[in-house]
Design a protein around this ligand. Structure first.
Ligand code: ZN
Length: 672
């Protein structure tokens, strides 16, 4: 439920004035670091780091080291051959003696940059394998130049993976009617294991009467024992990925003396315990301590968290984000969470699906200090955890908006011509200029602080009843909650907005994105697959369809180009409310068929004519559809006896140098 991924199309040409008010960051900062294929790499600032106490800076330093130590884990989860391939490609890259401006070398460099960005050979978003533009001859000749010790024993296999489009074609396959495990290249299941075997294995294990159910499969890889039975390999110290996990533990231990308070110390200790035992009950205990801590300024996640990378949605991809609270901007989300019950009581869903008591919705705006694992280089802009439904019900959830990241997106996209191409007219563009940054932030706050935490399941409803469509429908629910309330006068009463028309900026952009502009991230002829993109398409197509009678939203042609035209913003809000009512019913009752029908009707298939048009118009703008980040560099300052006295941050590292440094210094699984 994390991963409000906007690698997006920041449609935003936000108000510099708002940003100037909200941040102390430097306006001359160079946000764009690199460009290749469909990717733009940015950098972000960490405003406020210098204002923290020296102990907080030391705490952050060791937590960032613990974050970077897990990098190889994610690479291996993404594909069995990723680490070997990375080493081979990097060896060729660093030892290359020829012309670095030659077409072949440039194509090779582009491929390596893509592989780094995907944390493996598949695209982070489409999940498709990258296609090399360099020749087989070039590759063979470069491998031949490597010293014998650096030529891998299974060169033939690795070469086939790079050049044969059929081999390991897709990391996560979500196409219905196929064996999702056999057709997915991720390394969470051993070769030859079928979906049915895994489903049977977990069905037999699941105790459906357990009121505190374990998140089965979250930290395990599935393989077979010698007799061919399905068994789990646990990610833990001494287990699978043990070398990397030991390095994480080592740095968490170094962080301990600098914990801000006892509660935080306990959180770190309980995470260490879980990494040692691999016991998911220990993970739940840690999650409860973590969600209950709302006092510490520094915070972090580190573990196997989100399951989007698993075709069956069970195993968590390893990730880490270290952050600290942005006290000023957190005021906004505190106001929302203090009023959570007001929103819940008025939500446009059947009252029996509302929570009589919305518990512990904590919300804050944070400043990211490091992004790692599944959150790097492409990153979420909001986080809402933990994921276990029973913990959320009993302890609430922690919800954050990462504002130094949204700000970087925003500033980097300023004046890129996007709005001029896709927004219907000048008044609408002005509306976006004026209100999109603030209403987008509020949308994220509402989605994360209130949306995911709202509503309840009817007694006896299986939380996994929506199966493969669960993620899409959950994101749909949270987005609709946010959209519905963005237009509520309550936000003005609470002082969060000052203009009753401000919400229209967000509404326009949402529909434009859902119907048209998000399609730039999909190749012609393919379907929408990623959960958040499906969610946006579902909502936008549904309101287009159901608003036809009253002409609420329409697609109009102007000089041969298609534009979104919104004729009635009031009725649009009503439609969002109606759809929220239905999605909440589906979730609360576990109505799989109704959920599937909505997804299939509205969220998957793309009109080829619109798709072609959007791709062509977008191509003329030369804007990268996906964005990600390099991290800042933290430098430890030691005294004569080697004790850490302080830490400073700098922003001068480029993309290639950072990737090579990480492979050199943070690769416990490759540099054994
Ligand atoms: Zn979400």
């Amino acid at each position: 439920m994390n991963n409000f991924k906007t690698a997006a199309i920041s449609v935003c040409a936000a108000l510099l004035s708002i940003q100037a008010m909200n941040s102390k960051s430097n306006n001359d900062f160079n946000y764009v670091v690199d460009n290749f294929a469909d990717i733009e790499v940015l950098r972000y600032q960490v405003p406020g780091f210098e204002d923290l106490s020296p102990n907080q800076r030391k705490l952050i330093y060791y937590l960032t080291e613990a974050a970077l130590a897990g990098r190889d884990i994610l690479w291996d989860q993404h594909g069995k051959y990723n680490l070997e391939l990375r080493q081979l490609l990097e060896n060729i890259y660093t030892s290359y003696k020829g012309d670095r401006n030659s077409t072949q070398f440039k194509a090779f460099e582009k491929y390596l940059k893509q592989v780094w960005f995907g944390n493996g050979i598949h695209h982070h978003y489409s999940m498709d394998k990258f296609t090399p533009d360099f020749s087989r001859d070039f590759f063979d000749s470069q491998v031949a130049l490597l010293p014998a010790a650096k030529r891998p024993a299974n060169l033939e296999t690795l070469t086939d993976i790079i050049f044969n489009p059929q081999t390991l074609a897709k990391r996560v396959n979500q196409a219905e009617g196929q064996d999702l495990i056999l057709t997915s290249a991720c390394n969470l299941y051993d070769e030859g294991i079928t979906q049915k075997e895994v489903e049977d294995y977990f069905a037999a294990k699941k105790d459906t009467t357990d009121l505190t159910p374990i998140s089965y499969g979250l930290n395990t890889r599935i393989t077979r024992d010698k007799s061919g039975n399905i068994v789990e390999q646990t990610y833990k110290s001494g287990g699978l990925y043990g070398e990397a996990i030991d390095r994480i533990i080592e740095n968490l231990e170094k962080a301990l003396p600098y914990a801000e308070n006892n509660q935080q110390k306990e959180i770190i200790e309980s995470l260490i315990k879980y990494y040692r035992t691999g016991n998911l009950r220990d993970f739940d205990a840690y999650s409860i301590l973590w969600v209950d801590d709302t006092n510490s300024q520094v915070d972090f996640i580190n573990g196997f968290i989100e399951s989007y990378g698993d075709p069956l949605g069970m195993t968590g991809a390893w990730e880490s984000i270290v952050n600290f609270k942005n006290v000023e901007a957190s005021h906004r989300t505190e106001v929302l969470s203090n009023n959570a019950q007001w929103f819940e009581d008025r939500s446009p869903v059947n009252p029996k699906f509302r929570k009589p008591e919305v518990k512990g919705v904590s919300a804050k705006v944070i400043t990211a200090a490091i992004l790692a694992g599944d959150s790097y280089p492409a990153t979420p802009i909001g986080i809402n955890l933990p994921n276990a439904d029973w913990i959320r019900a009993a302890h609430g959830s922690k919800s954050v908006t990462i504002e130094n990241i949204t700000e970087a997106y925003d500033k980097a996209s300023h004046g890129n011509g996007f709005n001029e191409e896709f927004v219907i007219d000048e008044p609408t563009r002005q509306l976006l200029d004026k209100y999109l940054f603030i209403t987008d932030n509020l949308h994220t706050d509402l989605h994360e602080c209130l949306g995911h935490g709202s509503g309840r399941l009817l007694p006896g409803t299986d939380p996994d009843a929506l199966k493969a469509h669960g993620s899409t429908l959950e994101e749909t629910r949270a987005d609709l909650f946010a959209l519905y309330y963005l237009a509520d006068p309550k936000l003005i009463e609470l002082g969060l907005l000052d203009d009753p028309d401000a919400y229209k900026a967000s509404y326009y952009k949402y529909i434009l994105n859902g119907l048209m502009t998000q399609l730039v991230r999909i190749e012609q002829g393919k379907d929408v697959e990623e959960a958040h993109m499906r969610n946006r398409k579902l909502i936008a197509e549904w309101v287009l369809d159901h608003g036809k009678v009253d002409n609420v939203v329409e697609l109009v042609k102007i000089s041969g180009k298609t534009f979104v035209k919104i004729n009635d913003y009031d009725k649009l809000r009503t439609l969002f409310g109606q759809l929220l009512g239905e999605i909440q019913r589906i979730k609360s009752e576990g109505d799989y068929e109704a959920g599937r029908d909505l997804v299939e009707k509205y969220a998957v298939k793309i009109d080829p004519a619109i798709h072609r048009e959007v791709l062509d118009r977008y191509a003329n703008l030369t804007i990268a559809p996906y964005k990600g980040f390099v991290n800042p560099v933290y430098t430890p300052h030691l005294d004569n006896t080697g004790n850490l006295i302080d830490v400073t941050v700098s922003y001068d590292e480029n993309y290639i140098d950072q990737m090579l440094r990480y492979s050199r210094d943070y690769s416990p699984l490759t540099n054994k």
